[in-house]
Design a protein around this ligand. Structure first.
Ligand code: S3P
Length: 168
């Protein structure tokens, strides 16, 4: 492992969790999922945190969690899709590891996230246009954070992991 930490970022449904698990296994290193850390720290699901305290509060908890996670070594970190929205988070990602962006077409994302109730920001999504709009708003943030970009449409997790290892 050339980098102390590999951060996986990207929109919801781009495969960060699945790829993160496999990547950590291939590297024989630790894996941390920022959302899972938040859920266990707060003892409530992400949807409940949004509902009870709002998105801003969730974003603050997310930054605190990232600060803690960034102190670990030899770790693959799977980040929540909105981690790139705060410049201070991007600074942490850049300074403490390599940031890998996973991308997917809106239609692929829609297929992967449909019937999922765990993502509050997608709870009212019914068509591909809504995903397109959200992606458009976030595009610049993702590009700003990414040092490496891997497109995931039509690929198996193994293939994506190999690409990340080749590029990082
Ligand atoms: C979010 C993505 C989610 C989770 C929260 C907000 C986002 O993580 O952090 O629901 O703003 O894109 P995943 O990308 O792992 O679904």
């Amino acid at each position: 492992m050339k980098q102390d930490k590999i951060y996986l970022v990207g929109f919801m449904g781009t495969g960060k969790t699945t790829v993160g698990k496999l990547l950590a296994k291939r590297l024989g290193c630790d894996l941390v999922d920022v959302d899972e850390e938040i859920v266990s720290k707060q003892q409530m699901p992400i949807s409940k945190i949004f509902e009870e305290f709002g998105e801003e509060c969730f974003r603050n908890i997310e930054t605190q969690t990232l600060v803690e996670v960034s102190k670990k070594s030899r770790t693959v970190v799977s980040c929540g899709g909105g981690i790139v929205l705060k410049p201070e988070n991007i600074e942490i990602l850049r300074q403490t590891g390599v940031c890998v962006l996973l991308t997917a077409q809106p239609q692929t994302i829609l297929e992967r996230v449909s019937n999922d109730t765990s993502r509050p920001l997608l709870s009212n999504v019914s068509g591909v246009e809504q995903i397109e709009n959200m992606l458009e708003k976030r595009e610049a943030y993702y590009r700003n954070a990414a040092e490496i970009t891997v497109q995931t449409d039509g690929k198996q997790a193994e293939e994506i992991v190999s690409e990340i290892l080749d590029l990082s």
